[in-house]
Design a protein around this ligand. Structure first.
Ligand SMILES: Nc1ncnc2c1ncn2[C@@H]1O[C@H](COP(=O)(O)OP(=O)(O)OP(=O)(O)O)[C@@H](O)[C@H]1O
Ligand SMILES: [Mg+2]
Length: 188
């Protein structure tokens, strides 16, 4: 948590190895398999491919039926899978990136504002899917439903009421109760 510019995305980029810290170091466990979701990840999709072609490229060993099922679970039905990626909305791209990430789930998910473009139904589907996730997650979200559904600890960066990062060892709901307020920047 933290207001705009507090350094949340920067922290996740350092954890995922996208950028290096100026000082200190980042140590990840040996058996970690990391999945990183960010708005920039949406631009890494191949604009010339269709949705189903992208999935076939990523998972060449999987049958068409399996991939179509997975895409269906992420709200791509019927002809949607034949849309070109260049023509997808932000929400559709987010769903495609999530579907790819959760098909063969890593054991550590790093998610930077994953629900940004998602409609309510997709957001709730994603929360349900992530509730079943057995690995570790660290995420930045300003979405109250997402936070309430998934956050079991809270790390707040750059608050005025404390020096340095604040670590709260309870759920987001417990954090709100204790602080008497929502986290900076949180909306419904
Ligand atoms: N590559 C960079 N070089 C120098 N400064 C940067 C770089 N990337 C980000 N910053 C600055 O570091 C600060 C933290 O940025 P960051 O993107 O981590 O914020 P954030 O907490 O994710 O904010 P938001 O809620 O708006 O996403 C900002 O002041 C930003 O301008
Ligand atoms: Mg950010």
């Amino acid at each position: 948590m933290g207001k705009n510019g507090a350094g949340k995305s920067t922290l996740l980029k350092m954890i995922s190895g996208a950028i290096q810290p100026d000082a200190g170091n980042v140590k990840l466990g040996a058996s970690l398999k990391l999945g990183y979701f960010s708005q920039q990840a949406l631009d890494l999709l191949d604009p010339d491919l269709t949705v189903i072609e992208q999935m076939q490229q990523d998972f060449p060993m999987e049958g068409l039926g399996v991939l179509r099922n997975l895409l269906g679970a992420f709200q791509f039905s019927g002809d949607d899978v034949d849309k070109r990626i260049r023509a997808l909305s932000g929400g559709e791209k987010s769903r495609l990136v999530m579907a790819r990430m959760l098909f063969d789930p890593p054991n550590f998910l790093v998610l930077d504002e994953p629900t940004n473009h998602l409609d309510l139904a997709t957001k709730e589907m994603l929360i349900d899917a992530l509730k079943d996730f057995e690995g570790t997650m660290i995420f930045v979200s300003h979405d109250r439903t997402f936070l309430r559904g998934l956050a079991s600890r809270v790390l707040e960066l750059g608050g005025e009421e404390h020096d340095g990062p604040l670590v709260f060892g309870g759920s987001y709901l417990e954090y709100v109760e204790r602080m008497g307020r929502e986290a900076p920047g949180v909306h419904n």
